[in-house]
Structures are given as structure tokens and as C-alpha cells.
Design a protein around this ligand. Structure first.
Ligand code: GDD
Ligand code: MN
Length: 411
């Protein structure tokens, strides 16, 4: 058996007789079989197609250099298995999808989905899983931090039939993580604790981005999953209509080889949003929570500027106008980076977006100033902040409706 050139086998596998189509449990032909009977004219009469038993979904964002390495390692780890890999790329700027296409040209085992104008690990992962027709799907990062040699064991557990979901966990048997910085390690532990307490997820690593699952289980829960955020596993667990039969296998989280982690403060916010959304029984969406959070920060900006302007001797209406404009600019920037980061407007579209937002919000400003000035003039003189707050509330409501429908509409 020759390791490392495994994914060139795919074509031979197609041309040779493997297990009959529909037999999901028997492994495909090994490289030894393939090498022993090279395809040639008339060599085989009835070429049998071996459908993949497992689809490995790999979300990518700027992972060009990791793509060929991972493909090679998957071929070695899954030697003898009928597997395929789907890379789901959110239009990386570094040419990741070209690296995927280059591999796809030499083997049917590898495919790539290029998503345009969309961002998000959870959405990309889900899209890859839903593009599969195999009985099992696995999710693994492209950056080689997850140990792909576990995949075989994970598949074997699913094959045994009494398990729906196998999670590769960083903390099982106290296997410690080597690939996380001190701060991220603590943060990850806290998020795990929160998930266990709040969502009653009986897992030692509910944050894991490395798992294998029966595709039917994904199909069932797919319409209820959020396409925002990082934590698709948690979402699957929390949203599943019936409890899933789960097993865990340990692995060691390795340091990144190329590129950098995309887990940033916004991702942490999204995670907290997911927890609250699930706690509320999906009553409020993550997007709404983010918008409300940004709105709250806008209120702070509004009041701070109002206070400054009043202190500088401005009339109330003028002071509140300036305050609402400042809050609007700050809200646009934050919403663009957080709430609507999957539809983020960049470059020229950032400018036109700000103008659209400003035009729509100026209507809200007029309404807000009207309401707050009216309240202020009603003789509630000393309660200036209440008047300011009412104005901000009217503006915020208007902003939310028009933002979702117009400024950041999905294209
Ligand atoms: N398509 C797409 N879109 N892929 C993305 C996006 C996105 O918006 N953001 C990140 N990715 C890809 C990366 O290219 C990488 O292959 C994988 O998703 C994970 O991203 P990282 O930025 O490397 O995440 P991490 O290493 O900090 O955390 C990962 O491992 C943890 C431990 O299992 C994630 O999988 C976490 O969810 C997980 O907890
Ligand atoms: Mn990573």
C-alpha cells in the first residue's frame, strides 16, 4: 500500500469493480487492488460506481497552502474507504478555491463549492453537508489542527449503527490542548462550561468543530439551524427534535501550520448570541440580539454626545440631532462588522451603504428628534435623558426594519 498518492486512486476506483452500488458498509478497493488492475481498453466490461460512504466537509477561508496537505492526509487516513471531500470556500482572496479545483481535476473524490457574498463557518459547513448524498458526513477544519487519523475510528462507530453523532473532543481523558493560546484556552473552557450548564449538552467538548454524523440527522435538523456563528455542533445538539445518540473520541488539537485563526471577538459575541437564542427557544434570532446590542451601544453614544453638546451650550433640538447622527454612524460601522458581517459591505459598497443607511435613518432622526423634543417641551425639563432615550428608541426601531430590508438586504 502506497501512502500519500491515495487521491489519485479515485479515478481507478471508478473504472474498476468495487462493491456494488448501494453497499454502504463495505470499504472500497484498496490501492493495491487498483494498482494490480490498471484500467485499459477492454480490461473491464462493467465499470461499477462506488458511491462515497462518507463525505468530509471542509470549510475554508484563506487556506490555500493547507488544501493539498489535507487532501493528501485524508487519502492516507481513509485508504480503503469510499470517501469524498467537499471544500466549501467563502470566496477566499488567496486562491483557495483554485487549489481545490486543481485537485478536483485529478480525482472525483474532491469537489469545491465557491460561495459568493456570504460568510460564516456554520453556514458553509451546513451547505457542504447538504451537498452530500453519503450516509455519513464529517466536518473537519482545513488548517490541520484537527487530527484526521481519527476519521476512520469515527466512521467505524457510525457504521456500528447505534450512534448518530461522533464528536472528536479535545478534553476527553484529560487530553490537554497544545494548539491554543492561554487566553483562548481559558475562553474555550468557559464556553464549554456554559454550554454544559445552560444547554445541557452532555459533551466534554461541545465547541468541537470536528465530528462525524449520520446525514439523515443533519437533514432533519437543517431547517432549524442558524447559518451565523461558529458553533454548528452546539446548534445541532440544541435544535435536534429527538436527542441524538452521541459518542466521543479524544484527539490532540494541534497548532496551526499556515494562515491564521478566524475566531475573533465577533465570533465570541455570536456564540453568546446562540446561547441566548437557544435559551429563548429560538424566539429571538441571533441577528436580532446583535442588533439590539449594537442599538444599546448606540444609546450610550447618543446620550454621551447629547450630554457633551448640552454642556457646550447647544439648544436641545440641535444637541439631540448631533447626538443621533453620531449614534447612527457608530451603529452603521458596528452593524456592518457584527450584525450583518455575513453581508458585510466593503470598499465602495461601504460608502453607498452608509449613505443609504444615513438617508433612511435621517427619517428616523426627524421622528426621534420630534418625539424627544416634544417630551422635553412637555415640562419634563429635568428628565432630559428620558426624552433622549425615547427619541433613540424610535430611531432604533426604524433602523432595524430598514436595515434588514434595504441596507443589508441579501443580494
Ligand atoms: N467557508 C468558511 N467561511 N470557512 C471558514 C470561515 C468562514 O466564514 N471562518 C473560518 N473558516 C474555516 C477556516 O478556514 C478553517 O478551516 C476552519 O473554518 C476553522 O477556522 P479557524 O479560524 O481555524 O478556527 P479555530 O482553529 O479557531 O477553531 C476551530 O477548532 C475548534 C476546535 O475544534 C473551529 O472548528 C472551532 O469551531 C472549534 O471549536
Ligand atoms: Mn483552526
Amino acid at each position: 500500500m502506497i501512502r500519500g498518492r491515495g487521491f489519485f486512486e479515485g479515478r481507478r476506483t471508478l473504472a474498476n469493480d468495487g462493491p456494488p452500488a448501494g453497499d454502504m458498509t463495505r470499504p472500497g478497493p484498496s490501492s493495491a487492488d487498483a494498482a494490480a488492475s490498471p484500467p485499459g481498453p477492454g480490461a473491464r466490461t462493467a465499470p461499477a460506481y462506488v458511491p462515497p460512504e462518507i463525505t468530509v466537509v471542509i470549510p475554508t477561508l484563506n487556506e490555500r497552502d493547507n488544501v493539498p496537505v489535507l487532501a493528501e492526509r485524508l487519502a492516507a487516513a481513509l485508504d480503503g474507504v469510499a470517501w469524498e471531500a467537499i471544500f466549501v470556500d467563502d470566496d477566499s482572496r488567496d486562491g483557495t478555491i483554485e487549489a481545490v479545483r486543481a485537485l478536483a481535476r485529478t480525482t472525483p473524490r474532491i469537489r469545491g463549492i465557491r460561495r459568493i457574498h456570504r460568510r460564516g463557518l456554520a453556514g458553509a459547513s451546513l451547505e457542504g453537508m447538504l451537498a452530500s448524498a453519503a450516509p455519513c458526513v464529517a466536518l473537519i477544519d482545513a488548517d490541520l489542527q484537527h487530527d484526521e487519523t481519527r476519521l476512520r475510528q469515527m466512521l467505524d462507530i457510525l457504521r456500528s449503527g447505534d450512534t448518530d453523532l461522533v464528536v472528536a473532543s479535545r478534553y476527553v481523558d484529560s487530553v490537554e490542548t497544545g494548539g491554543l493560546s492561554e487566553v483562548r484556552h481559558k475562553g474555550s473552557r468557559f464556553a464549554t462550561w456554559l454550554a454544559q450548564k445552560v444547554l445541557k449538552a452532555p459533551l466534554s467538548d461541545p465547541m468541537s468543530g470536528f465530528f462525524a454524523i449520520r446525514r439523515e440527522a443533519v437533514e432533519r435538523v437543517a431547517p432549524r439551524l442558524s447559518d451565523q456563528g461558529f458553533k454548528i455542533l452546539l446548534d445541532i445538539l440544541a435544535s435536534s427534535p429527538e436527542p441524538l445518540r452521541i459518542r466521543e473520541v479524544p484527539y490532540v488539537f494541534k497548532p496551526r501550520l499556515h494562515g491564521e485563526s478566524k475566531l475573533d471577538a465577533a465570533v465570541v459575541l455570536e456564540y453568546l448570541g446562540l446561547v441566548v437564542a437557544k435559551l429563548s427557544g429560538d424566539l429571538v434570532s441571533i441577528r436580532f440580539l446583535m442588533f439590539a446590542l449594537v442599538g444599546a451601544s448606540g444609546v450610550v453614544v447618543n446620550l454621551a454626545v447629547l450630554w457633551l453638546a448640552l454642556a457646550a451650550g447647544a439648544g436641545f433640538a440641535a444637541a439631540q440631532t448631533i447626538a443621533m447622527l453620531a449614534a447612527m454612524a457608530s451603529n452603521f460601522t458596528l452593524n456592518n462588522a457584527l450584525t450583518y458581517r455575513d453581508r458585510r459591505r466593503r470598499g465602495w459598497r461601504f460608502v453607498t451603504g452608509l449613505l443609504t443607511f444615513a438617508a433612511l435613518c435621517s427619517i428616523g432622526v426627524v421622528g426621534g428628534v420630534g418625539v424627544s423634543t416634544f417630551l422635553y417641551d412637555q415640562g419634563h425639563g429635568p428628565v432630559w435623558w428620558l426624552a433622549g432615550l425615547a427619541g433613540a428608541a424610535v430611531g432604533t426601531l426604524w433602523n432595524y426594519v430598514t436595515s434588514t430590508a434595504i441596507t443589508w438586504r441579501s443580494r
